[in-house]
Design a protein around this ligand. Sequence first.
Ligand code: ZN
Length: 161
Amino acid sequence: MESINLQRWREGWAQERRGRSCVLCGVIGVVENDWGRRVFTGRYLDAFLCKQGSIRGYTVAVWNGSHIAEPTHLTATEATGYWQELLRVGAAVETAFENVKMNYQILGNSVPHLHTHVIPRAPLDPAPNGPLPWTYLDHGRHDPDVFAADAALLKGALQQT
Ligand SMILES: [Zn+2]
């Protein structure tokens, strides 16, 4: 059996998990930044259409309250609200963009602030019937005109939900 190289989480991880230097705390209230444009502002989450990657409709929903890393740290009311708003965003992405399956990823292994990757899986895909490789998710960057049209499309779909 092949041996597996076990490694420790990066230096300072416990402090990051508690909110030190959190980049996602910094995006709350921001309309647009280098990686995305806000398409939804909710009571519990803000959702950003991603500029990076090659998957049209790839959206990141970010908990917009004070810093937490785990969904288990939400109150019952907050958890219900987060999930309901996430489903609203997911339904709009599902309606607006071609997909054969929707994926919802709550990971936080790089940025430990509660957020969910909402990913419409295309009919042509590097890993059909399996999880999408992270390298593909962030590979490339959308054409600005296509991105602007997609943001308008998604905002329109969100108004219908
Ligand atoms: Zn944070």
